[in-house]
Ligand binder design. Sequence first.
Ligand SMILES: NC(=O)c1ccc[n+]([C@@H]2O[C@H](COP(=O)([O-])OP(=O)(O)OC[C@H]3O[C@@H](n4cnc5c(N)ncnc54)[C@H](O)[C@@H]3O)[C@@H](O)[C@H]2O)c1
Length: 254
Amino acid sequence: MDVKDVAAVVTGGASGLGQATARRLAKDGAKVTVLDMNADKLAEVAGEIGGLAAPCDVTDPDSVRAALDAGKEAHGPARIVVNCAGVVHGGRVVGKNGPMDLAAFNRVVAINLSGTFNVMSQAAWDMKGLEPMNDAGEVGVVINTTSVAAFEGQFGQCAYAASKGGVAALTLPATRELCGMGVRVMCIAPGIFHTPMFGALPQEVMDGLLAKTIFPKRLGNAEEYADLVAAIVGNPMLNGEVIRLDGGIRLEPR
Ligand SMILES: NC(=O)c1ccc[n+]([C@@H]2O[C@H](COP(=O)([O-])OP(=O)(O)OC[C@H]3O[C@@H](n4cnc5c(N)ncnc54)[C@H](O)[C@@H]3O)[C@@H](O)[C@H]2O)c1
């Protein structure tokens, strides 16, 4: 799909991987609406890329509806949807003071998994009936973000891994359902990327994680995530797959 003048929506666009993706899509000519809870940072990013800021909470159907409607009003229905909004959470099944707080578990699942589904389903509804953009019959593409923790969750990652496992698992059934509309669904599983989410880790934790990376032995750059988004958008044969983007890392138990 050629992104020039195509409407795009990026969640988590105020920071990290989402911000880099919003910048890249705008640079490539897309009309970008950025969604995030962090309204101030969002306005700054949208201003810099000539996009639209649509503050929203991805867990709230009405909030997402209003944000997608704002984007539709400004740019037309989004044909490129990239879900990057998410949170990381550490906590053991059995902690020092008792079992893991269920509300904390549910919150991670609500943001990372249900939030992703909420944006994907509502944005796909907006694509229903749109004219294909090319001879391949492409109407749109959804790219969700899981994590290598979906496959090798570490100590303390039950909530995060479960939420990301769900994001990976819905890739194929969503692809099967949306293909009739000409919409592809893809999923990216990043390893460890230099963003505010992971940049705050203590140096020894970071060193331990990097030691397990095969090559290159460094954190990924958010721009490398955005490069993969651009490649997925541009290649209609990529569909229904989870792609690891991780320098070969395989997470160990801890
Ligand atoms: N950085 C990494 O190493 C890494 C690795 C694997 C997966 N991921 C995943 O990639 C995605 C982006 O991560 P990042 O590193 O850019 O993180 P980040 O913290 O830099 O950005 C996440 C953004 O999501 C927003 N957000 C959180 N909850 C929200 C909600 N309810 N509604 C709307 N916006 C909300 C935050 O405000 C923030 O701007 C996340 O889903 C994360 O789990 C990141």
